[in-house]
Design a protein around this ligand. Structure first.
Ligand code: NAP
Ligand code: 3JM
Length: 337
């Protein structure tokens, strides 16, 4: 149980990054009761400032004693930073919400999407994991369908934006695009291939099985969040030249029968979901419309005629908000309010 205060000391680890920047914005927008904000990053950011409630706050270098007096620590500085400093923050008395993959599959760590499994927070021991961005938007949309007719199998292909890789990847897409449109030479640093005007079927490292780690995150995290290891999941994750918002083509096979109309009706009243599905008006969710919003948008809902009980869906969300920063702050809201 969290002791109630009127305002909390909140540390943001990775405060200068794509996710950390969004976290500070989301804390402000949602009026989270922040007494003091402590932005933490690497020595590279020494001398930089972040803006919170019209105040410029100097970024501090992350160190072992950074968490004295901290109530809540939001981590988004990569898995190795979370592995090392997450336990240090918990020991100092902070509740940690970690955005990396470091702790997600630890059985003692709740992996939480508030619309889906907020109850898992009851057993936390100081550290809570935020799922991968692609998992979050998929489970928010599938939850009402799973509750209604039990999902047996999920086949998902993702179309993931470069902001999921971080600020350097966003610069790489912009720079490569500028160069290609002015007949210049393209340089590739963040990704193994040119990302501008291209699609890369490769996110995170390859495993001996031929799948990538990102694909296996979607398998294991979905089973853990739904609390059902019998759900079969197979994923192909693809990086596309979009700045913000991940899109997903999702096929589900269910135990019970659900028509496309019934699915749309369930989705239209599900928390955190908006249905945008009117092909007669060319209406379906698009990254350029969804960027900056909080909900998970679903369209192209169709019955899969190739199996008795199946549906196809197109799911889009802002990966930096619901996929990362917003979900982390929503977890903190459940714990602290
Ligand atoms: P980013 O834009 O590259 O930012 C990385 C942040 O981490 C920067 O603030 C950086 O500080 C800081 N950092 C890196 N190494 C550090 C160190 N040794 N000590 C202290 N700070 C350090 O990356 P991002 O897109 O924001 O992602 C950050 C992390 O969040 C990812 O690595 C991942 O684990 C997690 N993430 C999760 C999701 C999700 O699906 N939930 C989505 C995206 C990212 P400097 O500016 O000083 O270098
Ligand atoms: C999203 O430690 C790292 O290099 C972080 C890599 C990373 C992750 C991760 O594995 O934590 C980049 C972008 C994620 C994630 O959400 O799983």
């Amino acid at each position: 149980m969290t002791t109630k205060k009127t305002a909390y000391t909140v540390a943001v680890v990775g405060a200068t990054g794509a996710v950390g920047t969004e976290m500070i914005q989301v804390l402000e927008e949602r009026g989270f009761p922040v007494g003091e904000l402590i932005p933490l990053a690497s020595a590279r950011s020494e001398g930089n400032e972040v803006t919170f409630r019209d105040q410029d706050i100097p970024v501090k270098v992350l160190e072992s004693d950074s968490f004295k007096g901290v109530d809540l620590a939001l981590f988004s500085a990569g898995a190795s930073v979370s592995l090392e400093f997450g336990p240090i923050a918990v020991k100092a008395g902070a509740i940690v919400v970690d955005n990396s993959s470091a702790w997600r599959m630890d059985p003692s760590v709740p992996l939480v999407v508030p619309e889906v499994n907020a109850l898992a927070l009851d057993t936390h021991q100081g550290l809570i994991a935020n799922p991968n961005c692609s998992t979050i938007q998929m489970v928010v949309a599938l939850k009402p369908l799973h509750d209604a007719v039990k999902i047996k199998r999920i086949v998902v292909t993702t179309f993931q934006s470069v902001s999921g890789t971080g600020k350097e990847a966003m610069e790489e897409l912009a720079e490569q695009s500028r160069k290609l449109l002015s007949f210049g030479e393209v340089q590739t640093e963040v990704y193994p291939h040119q990302i501008a005007f291209n699609c890369l079927p490769h996110i995170d490292e390859f495993l001996p099985s031929g799948y990538t780690k990102e694909e296996m995150k979607m398998v294991h995290e979905t089973q853990k969040i739904f609390g059902d290891a019998s759900i079969q999941v197979t994923a192909t994750t693809v990086r596309v030249p979009v700045f913000v918002c991940h899109a997903e083509s999702v096929n589900i096979e269910t135990e019970g029968k659900l028509s496309a109309n019934e699915a749309r009706a369930l989705l239209s009243v599900a928390p955190g979901v908006q249905v945008y599905d009117d092909p007669s008006r060319n209406l379906y969710p698009l990254p350029i419309d969804v960027v900056g919003t909080d909900d998970v948008f679903v369209g192209r809902v169709r019955e899969d005629a190739s199996i008795p009980h199946g549906l196809n869906l197109w799911i889009v969300a802002d990966n930096l908000r619901k996929g990362a920063a917003l979900n982390a702050v929503q977890i903190a809201e459940v714990l602290f309010r």
